[in-house]
Write a protein that binds this ligand. Structure first.
Ligand SMILES: Cc1cc2nc3c(=O)[nH]c(=O)nc-3n(C[C@H](O)[C@H](O)[C@H](O)COP(=O)(O)OP(=O)(O)OC[C@H]3O[C@@H](n4cnc5c(N)ncnc54)[C@H](O)[C@@H]3O)c2cc1C
Length: 294
């Protein structure tokens, strides 16, 4: 079946207006897929520029990434950016996956090394596989030059990097290999993003750097995610969450308010858009889009 190819996200940046996008993760089972359809239905009222779907460290959720990406594209008409990682794949497998993604009409890929599978602490290169994301950028661009590729950036340093400087070298390698834009790891303090953008610029990294924002939905969850990603919670946010205690609805209000303040400031300082890590929940994304409506 012929699929209408998606627009490359790089062409959307060229229009010089802030892009808004959402990130989903693939559900584990068919019930989860149905729930995600409901979420997508609720979100469809907002003209999101694109949505992305993460890629698991292994197992059946990987097939779900393809399934959910196809649903979002073909049933909802979203421009979809599937994620792809090096974990557990040989070069031949990655080329075959690239062909499949391309044949499905997708023209945008979030290109990553990937996190190690559950139970492993360190990343291990697969047999005839790739070690770093820049190698995957090179492979994908060679296979399909019309792919538009996003890569991850870490304003508070990737947890494995010895310094921010070597991490910026790694980021530059990804951009030099052909990455079209950067989406950042989540952060809660905008000063961290502004400094990162300046450092990237001084490092000769000149592609759009889209801030990744996660509205707090639960205190316990955000503390775990912040620890894993190496993102620091600013003291005022921590204090507010402490006062909210176990009142989930109050925590959500605080989370939306904080994210709203962050995004207003980011766009006010010229950020090229915002990418929301919404953990498959519609409410915060809708509240933020409404709060930002001019
Ligand atoms: C926007 C975004 C989306 C994500 N989506 C997913 C997802 O869908 N699935 C998933 O599993 N994970 C995802 N992640 C997490 C990501 O896979 C992990 O952070 C992973 O540990 C690093 O991936 P990377 O692509 O940034 O790797 P790389 O850019 O390869 O960097 C990995 C580490 O190696 C270092 N490094 C890179 N190149 C070199 C080199 N040549 N020599 C020495 N050191 C080097 C870097 O400094 C860094 O410390 C996402 C992250 C972000 C920011």
């Amino acid at each position: 079946m012929f699929m209408t190819p998606d627009r490359p996200i790089s062409a959307l940046f060229a229009a010089n207006r802030p892009l808004r996008s959402l990130e989903f993760y693939p559900p584990k089972d068919d019930v989860g897929v149905e729930a995600l359809r409901q979420t997508a239905t609720a979100l469809k009222s907002i003209p999101w520029d694109f949505v992305s779907v993460t890629y698991g460290a292994g197992g059946s959720t990987r097939e779900r990434t393809a399934q959910v990406s196809a649903i979002f594209k073909n049933e909802f008409g979203f421009t979809v950016m599937p994620h792809l990682t090096c974990v557990g794949h040989s070069r031949d497998e990655l080329n075959a996956l690239a062909d499949r993604i391309h044949a499905g009409g997708f023209r945008n890929i979030m290109t990553l090394r990937g996190d190690p599978p559950k139970g492993s602490i360190t990343f291990e290169v697969a047999a005839d596989g790739l070690r770093y994301a820049n190698e995957l950028v090179t492979l994908l661009k060679a296979r399909h030059p019309d792919f538009c590729l996003g890569v991850g950036g870490y304003p508070e340093k990737h947890p494995e990097a010895v310094s921010l400087e070597t991490d910026l070298d790694a980021l530059k390698r990804k951009v030099d290999a052909g990455a079209d834009f950067i989406t950042t790891q989540l952060f809660f303090d905008n000063a961290v993003y502004h400094r990162f953008v300046d450092r990237c610029s001084a490092h000769g990294i000149n592609v759009p750097i889209v801030p990744g924002i996660m509205p707090v939905l639960s205190t316990k969850q955000i503390l775990r995610i912040a620890t894993l990603s190496g993102s620091v919670l600013p003291a005022p946010l921590s204090r507010r969450l402490e006062v909210a205690g176990d009142h989930a609805d109050v925590v959500e209000i605080i989370g939306i308010d904080w994210a709203l303040t962050q995004i207003r400031d980011l766009l006010g300082h010229g950020a090229p858009g915002y990418h929301l890590y919404i953990l498959n929940r519609a409410k915060s994304a809708l509240a933020l889009a409404a709060g930002l409506a001019a």
